[in-house]
Write a protein that binds this ligand. Structure first.
Ligand code: SF4
Length: 355
């Protein structure tokens, strides 16, 4: 084993140069004991500043179709296999979605995600076309980067989504391939990988990450990081399990805040120029240590409510970002085609060909 200080220095310098940290080094970092977490965060913070500047990418979501999902993901209250009491409803109308997108802008979010429960976008005849319509309506009425999380899609559907104005497709791998069967038994891991590849082939940016604290090992946390790196995803949401009553993981023990900060920092060093987004479970698990997530290397977080649970007041998040002398990424200034190219440049990154 390399002395921790040497290991962190070597991995930091590799990440600064965009030279890949090896899987073995990544695992050594993930196994570091608590007294090393502050210097590890300092290393990750330097890498964040190098590749992401002082901008923070904020995103907001709408639960556009809720519940009734035939899949059995162990953490999810929207599954028909869960006994959680959550609202169940079909695809919401354009007015509701436009109002939510505008509210996201008011909260300084520059990305807006339309999320539907279920195996895929279509649960009844014509629904996919309605989703395309909703995306077009958002594009006409709110100058915001459009994301969607619609379950498993084909490349053809990806192309239609892009044509309707979608910028970024979200689809989590949820966890490591070796741990997935204990999280979901109704879907094959390769179906999730195929959905990501289909979105990529369709020319969409891809947002994919997972949930930690479901019983996975440190090795499996690195296995997921390596799978995401090999798929070349653009944005990586890190969720920390906030157990919901009625799900199979309702009694899962919480992760320690320092362990969470370590996961964020290791993912920053392992995926140095990607958007590392702290998503679900932030408030419940980090509590007073939430602002440390940026010093641990995150350059993105969600504002507002989650799918079936409440988030904290966005004003508190914006104050936290101001207090850290960081800045929310500006939202696109115009509606319609080409707007998002501007946003990507303004977000401190280079314009990427796929946008
Ligand atoms: S995570 Fe998605 S696919 Fe899994 S049960 Fe929930 S809604 Fe269904």
């Amino acid at each position: 084993m390399t002395p921790p200080e040497k290991l962190m220095e070597r991995c930091r310098d590799k990440a600064l140069r965009l030279e890949p940290v090896s899987p073995a080094e990544g695992l050594e970092l993930m196994l570091l004991s608590p007294e090393h977490i502050m210097p590890l965060m300092a290393a990750a913070d330097r890498v964040r500043r190098r590749h992401k500047g002082n901008r923070i990418s904020l995103c907001s979501i709408i639960n556009a179709r809720s519940g009734r999902c035939p899949e059995d993901c162990a953490f999810c209250s929207q599954s028909v296999h869960a006994t959680s009491l959550i609202p169940e409803y079909g695809l919401v109308d354009s007015e509701t979605i436009i109002a939510s997108a505008r509210n996201s802008l008011a909260n300084k979010a520059h990305k807006f995600g339309l999320v539907t429960s279920g195996r895929g976008p279509q649960t009844r005849e014509g629904e996919f076309d309605e989703i395309l319509d909703r995306l077009r309506e958002v594009g006409k009425n709110a100058p915001i980067h459009r994301c969607a999380s619609l379950g498993v899609i084909t490349e053809e559907q990806g192309r239609a989504l892009k044509k309707a104005g979608l910028d970024e497709f979200h689809h989590n791998l949820e966890t490591a391939r070796s741990f997935y069967p204990s999280v979901c038994t109704t879907r094959d891991y390769d179906e999730n990988v195929a959905a990501i590849r289909a979105a990529r082939e369709a020319g969409l940016r891809v947002c994919s990450g997972g949930i930690f604290g479901m019983g996975e090992t440190p090795e499996q946390r690195m296995e997921l990081a390596e799978e995401l790196r090999s798929l070349g995803v653009d944005s990586i949401p890190l969720n920390f399990l906030n157990p919901v009553g009625g799900t199979r993981l309702q009694n899962a023990p919480p992760l320690r805040p320092l362990e969470i900060l370590k996961i964020i920092a290791v993912y920053r060093l392992y995926l140095p120029d990607k958007d590392i987004k702290v998503a679900g479970g932030r408030e419940a698990n980090l509590r007073d240590l939430q602002s440390f997530m940026f010093f641990a290397g995150a350059n993105s977080t969600m504002v507002g409510n989650y799918l079936t649970t409440k988030g904290r007041d966005p004003a508190a998040d914006l104050q936290m970002i101001r207090d850290l002398e960081l800045e929310p990424c500006p939202s696109p200034t115009a509606v319609g085609p080409g707007a998002v190219a501007t946003a990507s440049v303004l977000a401190g990154g280079e314009a990427k060909h796929e946008i």
